[in-house]
Design a protein around this ligand. Structure first.
Ligand SMILES: Cc1ncc(COP(=O)(O)O)c(C=O)c1O
Length: 396
C-alpha cells in the first residue's frame, strides 16, 4: 500500500504495510530489486524519463524501487511527507547540512553530538566557508545568542550520546525559526517510536538505519526526512548528483527491519528500564542516567516530548577507567562494542573509544568521565543481562 493509503492506520501497522511496491508476481515479502539501471520500451520513453515527463526509474544512484519502499515506509511511520535514504547515517547527517548551506553561511550545533557529527560541524563545514558555532544544547540562551543574520540551519541530537541528556526540540525549533533558520534533529537515540521531531517543529530528521532500524547489526544506512519542499530543495538533487545513495540490498534489510522495529524497541526499552532499576542503588554505581526515570536531569522535557524512554542506559562506575575496564572485561554475555541498537546487548567505554578524540577538558565539559559506560540493551532475557552486569560489577 502507498504511504497515503496507510495513513489511516496506527504507527505499528504503517511499519509493516506502508510503501509496498508489489511486482507482477504478487510476492508477500518485498522484492529486492538488485539492479543498477533500467531499460526503456523505446527511445521516446527514454527521452520522456530524462525530461521528467515519465515517472519511471532511470538509474539506482537516483532512485531504486527497494530503496523507494524503505523511504515511503519510514516516511509513513515518521509522519513526514518525504524521505531519502543514504549509504550511511553519516552521509545522512552530512547531506542534511551540506544540502542547505553555501559559503558565507553559518550553522549552529549542540556540542553533545556523535563524534563524527561534531567533526562535520567543526572541521568540514568551515573548510568550505561555512562558519559554525557550537553551543551547550541544554542552554536556550546560548542558542539564542548564537543566531546571526546568515544562520541557515541548526543541528542537535537528543537524547545525547553518551549521556542521554534530553534537549527541548520545540523551544530550539522556535529559536531557529525566529532567526530564519531551520532545525535538523538526529533522532537515532530515541528512534521514531519514542520521539517525532517534525511534529515538535523540526524541519528535518536524520537517522542512522545502522542502529535500531536494521537492529540486527547487518547493514549500514541512513535516512533524511522532511517536507516535500525541504527534500526537493535541499536533498534530492544533492544525492542524485553526488552519489551517497543507499544500496538496494541495504535498503531491503532496513525495510524488513522496520517491520519489527516497534516490537524490538519496546522490549529493549523495558529491559533498559529494568536494568536502570537494578543498577540505581548499587554501591559501585555513582551516577545513572535513563530517560524516563524521575531523577533524569530533564525529566520534564522527557515527559513533554518523548513517548518512551530509551534502549540505552549510561552509568558511572566508582574507580575510574581501571574499574570500568575491569567491569567490561568481566562481562560474559554483554559484548564490548561501539555500536548500539542491536539485538545483542553491547557496552561502550566512551572516554577511550567513541569520544577518545576529544580533549580531556571537552570530555569533562560533556560529563564523560573515565568511569562512565554506555549500555545498549539487546533482546536477551532481561534477567540474564542483569545477572551478567551484577556479576561483572563484583570485578570492578
Ligand atoms: C547519534 C548518531 N548519529 C549518527 C551516526 C552515524 O551513523 P553511521 O555509523 O550509520 O554512519 C551514529 C553512529 O554511531 C550515531 O550514534
Amino acid at each position: 500500500m502507498s504511504a497515503s493509503a496507510t495513513s489511516k492506520y496506527r504507527p505499528e501497522t504503517r511499519l509493516v504495510q506502508s510503501g509496498i511496491l508489489r511486482s507482477q508476481f504478487g510476492e508477500t515479502s518485498e522484492a529486492l530489486f538488485l539492479t543498477q539501471g533500467y531499460v526503456y520500451d523505446n527511445s521516446a520513453q527514454a527521452e520522456a524519463r530524462f525530461k521528467g515527463e515519465d515517472p519511471g526509474y532511470q538509474y539506482s544512484r537516483f532512485a531504486n524501487p527497494t530503496v523507494t519502499m524503505l523511504e515511503q515506509r519510514i516516511a509513513a511511520f515518521e509522519g513526514a511527507e518525504a524521505a531519502r535514504a543514504t549509504a550511511t547515517g553519516m552521509a545522512a547527517v552530512t547531506l542534511s547540512m551540506m544540502g542547505q548551506v553555501k559559503a558565507g553561511d553559518h550553522i549552529v550545533a549542540s556540542k553533545a553530538i556523535f563524534g563524527s557529527c561534531l567533526y562535520v560541524m567543526e572541521e568540514y563545514l568551515p573548510r568550505y566557508g561555512v562558519e559554525s558555532t557550537i553551543v551547550d544544547g541544554r542552554n536556550l540562551d546560548e542558542w539564542r545568542s548564537a543566531m546571526r543574520p546568515n544562520t541557515r540551519t541548526c543541528f542537535l541530537e537528543t537524547p545525547t550520546n553518551p549521556n542521554l541528556e534530553v534537549l527541548d526540540i520545540a523551544a530550539i525549533a522556535k529559536i531557529a525559526h525566529e532567526a530564519g533558520a531551520t532545525l535538523v534533529v538526529d533522532n537515532v537515540f530515541s528512534t521514531p517510536l519514542w520521539q517525532s521531531p517534525l511534529t515538535l517543529g523540526a524541519d528535518c530528521v536524520v537517522y542512522s538505519t545502522t542502529k535500531h532500524i536494521d537492529g540486527q547489526g547487518r547493514c549500514l544506512g541512513g535516512v533524511i526526512l522532511g517536507s516535500n519542499k525541504f527534500i526537493n530543495d535541499h536533498i534530492h538533487t544533492f544525492i542524485r548528483q553526488t552519489g551517497p545513495s543507499m544500496s538496494p540490498f541495504n535498503a531491503w534489510v532496513a525495510l524488513k527491519g522496520l517491520e519489527t522495529l516497534a516490537v524490538r524497541v519496546r522490549r529493549q526499552t523495558d529491559t533498559a528500564a529494568s536494568v536502570a532499576v537494578a543498577l540505581a542503588e548499587h554501591p559501585k554505581i555513582s551516577r545513572l542516567i535513563f530517560p524516563g526515570r524521575p531523577d533524569h536531569p530533564q525529566a520534564d522535557i522527557v515527559a513533554r516530548q518523548m513517548r518512551g524512554g530509551s534502549t540505552l542506559v549510561a552509568f558511572e562506575i566508582e574507580g575510574g577507567k581501571k574499574a570500568a575496564f575491569a567491569f567490561q572485561d568481566a562481562l560474559k554475555l554483554v559484548r564490548i562494542s561501539n555500536n548500539l541498537g542491536d539485538a545483542k546487548s553491547l557496552i561502550t567505554h566512551p572516554a577511550t573509544t567513541t569520544h577518545q578524540r576529544l580533549k580531556p577538558e571537552q570530555r569533562k565539559d560533556l560529563s564523560i568521565s573515565d568511569g562512565m559506560v554506555r549500555l545498549s540493551c539487546g533482546l536477551e532475557h532481561p534477567d540474564d543481562i542483569i545477572d551478567d552486569l551484577m556479576a561483572a560489577l563484583k570485578a570492578a
